[in-house]
Write a protein that binds this ligand. Structure first.
Ligand SMILES: O=C(CO)[C@@H](O)[C@H](O)COP(=O)(O)O
Length: 232
């Protein structure tokens, strides 16, 4: 079985989504990439998580062509492969329909950085894409989802490794990381900070963020590297 270790890591990331209550039934998906071989391992489409095994994972190239696997790859494959092509530093992608992050996505609202918990993981607001056009919705929706994500990060000058997640307007969140475990971890934290932001906004009815100094302190204390947000 090719890429056995990556298959197991992707399976474990998928199962973490279930364990943390981020997905129901067959919702959501996780993938990982072997950058040296240019191969992606992704969850098969529509398979119950309870039945998922490493041998069920589908291996594709970066254009989504199936290299190994008998099952259909996740219906979100084209979003995952586009993010791997455009965000060269990421090693895994996770998509969920987690409740609070999906609520922000459906409202077309970014998740503002309202506290240190957020700042520990996301260097600024978690952005939301533009709503996808009627043409995109009727056509290559999954590919256009990836296009909308990359467009948002490029136009706002956001480092994807400094903000490892996004809300797709009208849909739900995508997260990423250096490996499948990291991407799943970011998806769990994204849902937690979305829930806290929702409750904070309900209490305070304001979306002013933390000070830049607090954002810098907490983010750089954990991640060290200089990140960018909104800087050309
Ligand atoms: O976003 C969606 C559907 O809206 C998908 O992510 C499904 O939730 C999971 O599809 P498969 O990965 O099983 O094809």
């Amino acid at each position: 079985m090719m890429l056995k270790d990556l298959r197991i890591a992707v399976l474990e990331a998928n199962l973490e989504l279930v364990k943390r209550g981020l997905v129901l039934y067959t919702f959501g998906n996780a993938s990982g990439i072997d950058r040296e071989r240019g191969l992606v391992v992704i969850k098969p489409s529509g398979v119950d998580y309870d039945e998922l095994r490493p041998e069920h994972m589908v291996v594709t190239d970066l254009d989504g062509k199936i290299v190994d696997g008998d099952l259909r790859p996740s219906s979100d494959l084209d979003t995952h492969t586009l993010l791997y092509r455009e965000f060269r530093s990421i090693g895994a992608v996770v998509h969920t329909h987690s409740e609070y992050a999906t609520s922000f996505a459906q409202a077309g609202m970014a998740i503002p950085a309202l506290g240190t918990t957020h700042a520990d993981y996301f260097y600024g607001a978690v952005p939301v894409t533009e709503p996808l056009s009627d043409e995109a919705c009727a056509g290559q929706y999954v590919h256009e989802t990836g296009v909308a994500i990359v467009k948002r990060f490029r136009e706002q000058g956001i480092d994807p490794m400094a903000v490892p997640g996004v809300l797709v307007a009208g849909h739900a969140p995508f997260c990423w990381g250096k490996n499948p475990d990291d991407a799943a971890h970011n998806a769990v934290v994204l849902e937690a900070v979305a829930r806290m932001a929702y409750r904070t906004l309900t209490l305070k009815a304001t979306s002013e963020g933390v000070s830049q100094a607090l954002l810098d302190r907490h983010y750089f204390r954990k991640h060290g590297a200089k990140a960018t947000y909104g800087q050309r």
